[in-house]
Structures are given as structure tokens and as C-alpha cells.
Design a protein around this ligand. Structure first.
Ligand SMILES: NC(=O)C1=CN([C@@H]2O[C@H](COP(=O)(O)OP(=O)(O)OC[C@H]3O[C@@H](n4cnc5c(N)ncnc54)[C@H](O)[C@@H]3O)[C@@H](O)[C@H]2O)C=CC1
Ligand SMILES: O=C(O)C(=O)Cc1ccc(O)cc1
Length: 364
């Protein structure tokens, strides 16, 4: 008997999970698409074994159902599943970035044949859609599970065993605590990044030098401001109470800096930087996950259109996993710079050696 996994929503996260499961012994992955063009796309992109426009068909006889849609849609899908015939013992899980609201919903909607275990793979990127899916997205990341007391250990173990295919590390956390912590380390930083980019965007309207000079550090700390608008609207609204508290604390942090500047308190500024550096230095090093960075490699490009294909082909032919590729034309003295981003340091190093051996000038 095949193990059937239904993916409801096959975007960055659903597609990446599907890639982790597809092709494993005895496993079949079925994608549910809410639009006809997406059904064809899911099949064509090869992340699922099959896809359907019928939710009922998608979940029929499924052993696992993964809800991988924006957080604002979770509750309605949960309600729909409660009305459909499900396989006895079926496990429903989600990947939403907030956990308290879906846990509360699962408490109210009791299912007879299925168990719900909330989940949150704490890895991702600013990209969206099935084209951004990757089989290695969750490697070494944490994967939070939030089972309620009603979930038998046997069901929790079954889900944990399946998730071993992601090579993520499972951690069990209470939903409310999850939302407090992830609010501070992920949701608030996204708000700050977006606000900062928009602040500079407004300055840029009166002087385009802002945009021209905004390379390096500004780009790095605002990468997450490019995240999907719908996904993030839902996350912020779902974690609204927590975020309102966090923003108060953020405003206090900003006020403290304002005071130090007004009073020309150099010692205070030094101390703030020292404390931040000390805490940052004990953060897990280069672990993939929230606000993880990419490994970037740069090369000069003389003839961008031809070069892009050539470089990407060379990397592909050598099995080097490229995560992103971009032409940055912010230098006046050269035609352009190509930024190649990798999720794995090893891929970046291999690309560096390969491109250098092919005569490209490369630097990190
Ligand atoms: N983006 C990230 O880095 C991470 C996101 N998450 C969570 O994962 C979930 C999915 O996010 P992503 O994969 O990033 O977004 P995405 O935009 O890449 O994927 C969302 C998927 O849901 C589908 N969808 C949209 N409306 C739908 C509807 N009405 N019915 C059925 N499917 C619908 C889309 O077609 C797409 O396939 C969200 O709940 C998010 O909070 C969790 C960890 C990381
Ligand atoms: O791109 C990044 O660094 C992220 O922070 C990705 C991310 C987004 C949402 C999540 O719930 C978890 C991870």
C-alpha cells in the first residue's frame, strides 16, 4: 500500500516539502490546485506525482494532509476538511508561520477520524511560488510541531518520522510561546525591513542617489522586505496582539537611540553596539532558518544576456545548486556585476573554483 501525501497549496513551502517526499519508497504526493493553470504547473514542475482541482479527490485516502496556504486561509480549509471523508488515522498538519490561531481552530473543530498537529518549518526565503521550491530548503533548520494534548504519541511519531525526509530538526513548542518568539525573531524584523525600505523609497523620490548608493549592507538587512505581500499580510494580522506588544518595545528601543543622539551620549551608543554584538556572536552560526543569509559570489559581466545562460549552464552541468542570480548595475566604471547566491557554502565555494578556472573574475 502506498503512503499518500496530499499537499494543499504547492508554493515555496508546499512545493519544497513535496520535493522532500516525492520519489521516496512507497510514497505518492498529490497536489491540490485551486486554479486550473496551477494544476498543470504543479505537474509540469515535477514537484508532485499528480495534481487535482478537487479537494475531495486530493485528500481521499491520504495518510497525511499538509496545509501549505497563506495563514488567512488555514481555518477555512480546516473547516472544509472536517466535512470530507478522510482515511481513519489521517494526520492533518499545516506549515503556517503562526500557530495559536490554527491551534484554537483545531480545538473547536473536532475530527473523528483525523488528528491535527500544527507545524512550522522555520526555513524559507523571500521568494514565493512553486518555482522557488527546493528539496534542501529545510536541511538543518528547525521544524516546530505544536501537538495538542489530544494527539496520541503514535500520531506525533508518525509525522516526525515522515518529516525526517526534510532533514530538519523537530522541536516541540506550545503554540502561544511559538507566536511570541517567532513574532520577535521573524515577524517584527519583516515589519522593520519593510518600513526601512519604504522610508528610503520616499527619500529616493526626491533624489535617486539613494537608490544608487543603497547597495551592500542596506540590501543585506532588507532582503526580507521582498517577501510575498499576501503571505505576510496574513502572518502579521494573525499575530497582531503579539506584534502590537513587540512594536511598543521596538519604539522604546528607538526612543533610547533618539535620547542618546540628542544627549550626544557616545558611551551609551558604544554600549548598545557592544551588547548587540555579544548577543549576536552566540547565535547559532550559519544555521539555515529565519532570516538566514545566502552565500553570495560576484563576477563582472561584459555581455549580460549571453553570460547569464552560459554561467547558469556551467553551474548546472557541475551539479552546483544556484539559489538566485541577479545583475547589479550600480557601478559606473564597469558594465555590470552578477551576483550569484547559494544556500550552501559548499556550492558557493565550488562555483568560485569552477568560474575562476573558466577565466571569470570572481570575488566573495
Ligand atoms: N515564505 C516562507 O519563507 C515561509 C512560509 N511559511 C508559511 O507557509 C505558508 C505558505 O507560504 P509560501 O509557501 O511561502 O507561499 P507561496 O505563495 O509560495 O505558496 C502559497 C500556495 O498557496 C496557494 N494558494 C493561494 N490561495 C489559495 C487558495 N485559495 N486555495 C488553495 N491554494 C491557494 C498558492 O497558489 C501557492 O501555491 C504560509 O502559511 C506561510 O506562513 C512557513 C515557513 C517559511
Ligand atoms: O527569508 C528568511 O530569512 C525568512 O525569514 C524566511 C521565513 C519566512 C517565514 C517563516 O515563517 C519562516 C522563515
Amino acid at each position: 500500500m502506498k503512503l499518500k501525501i496530499a499537499m494543499i497549496g504547492v508554493g515555496l513551502i508546499g512545493g519544497s516539502l513535496a520535493l522532500c517526499f516525492k520519489g521516496k519508497p512507497g510514497v505518492s504526493v498529490m497536489g491540490y490546485a485551486h486554479l486550473p493553470e496551477l494544476k498543470d504547473k504543479y505537474i509540469a514542475s515535477g514537484v508532485v506525482d499528480d495534481a487535482t482541482l478537487s479537494l475531495e479527490e486530493a485528500v481521499q485516502d491520504a495518510d497525511f494532509i499538509f496545509l501549505c496556504v497563506p495563514v488567512g486561509l488555514l481555518e477555512s480549509y480546516f473547516q472544509k476538511l472536517a466535512k470530507l471523508p478522510l482515511k481513519k488515522g489521517c494526520i492533518i498538519t499545516d506549515v503556517g508561520s503562526t500557530k495559536a490561531s490554527i491551534a484554537a481552530c483545531a480545538e473547536h473543530v473536532r475530527m473523528t477520524d483525523a488528528y491535527f498537529i500544527g507545524g512550522h518549518p522555520m526555513a524559507g526565503s523571500e521568494r514565493a511560488g512553486v518555482d522557488a521550491a527546493s528539496a534542501v530548503l529545510f536541511e538543518n533548520a528547525y521544524y516546530v510541531l505544536t501537538p495538542s494534548v489530544h494527539v496520541p504519541e503514535e500520531a506525533y511519531s508518525r509525522l516526525s518520522e515522515l518529516l525526517a525526509y526534510t532533514r530538519a530538526q523537530i522541536v516541540r513548542v506550545e503554540p502561544l510561546l511559538h507566536d511570541d518568539i517567532v513574532g520577535a525573531i521573524s515577524h517584527l524584523p519583516h515589519v522593520i525591513a519593510v518600513a526601512l525600505v519604504n522610508q528610503v523609497r520616499e527619500y529616493n523620490e526626491s533624489n535617486p542617489l539613494y537608490k544608487m548608493l543603497a547597495a551592500g549592507g542596506f540590501r543585506d538587512i532588507t532582503r526580507i522586505a521582498s517577501s510575498d505581500a499576501i503571505v505576510w499580510r496574513d502572518i502579521l494580522l494573525s499575530n497582531r496582539e503579539v506584534l502590537l506588544g513587540l512594536m511598543k518595545d521596538w519604539n522604546s528601543q528607538m526612543s533610547a537611540f533618539t535620547d542618546m543622539l540628542e544627549q550626544q551620549d557616545g558611551e551609551g551608543i558604544e554600549e548598545a553596539f557592544r551588547q548587540a554584538r555579544e548577543f549576536r556572536s552566540v547565535l547559532p552560526e550559519r544555521r539555515k532558518g529565519m532570516i538566514s543569509s545566502l552565500y553570495d559570489l560576484y563576477t563582472d559581466v561584459q555581455d549580460a544576456p549571453g553570460m547569464i545562460g552560459k554561467i547558469a549552464t556551467e553551474l548546472g552541468a557541475n551539479d552546483i545548486n544556484l539559489s538566485n542570480l541577479e545583475i547589479i548595475e550600480n557601478r559606473v566604471d564597469v558594465p555590470g556585476i552578477m551576483r550569484l547566491s547559494f544556500r550552501q557554502e559548499e556550492d558557493m565555494e565550488r562555483a568560485r573554483t569552477l568560474l575562476a578556472s573558466l577565466g571569470y573574475q570572481v570575488w566573495v
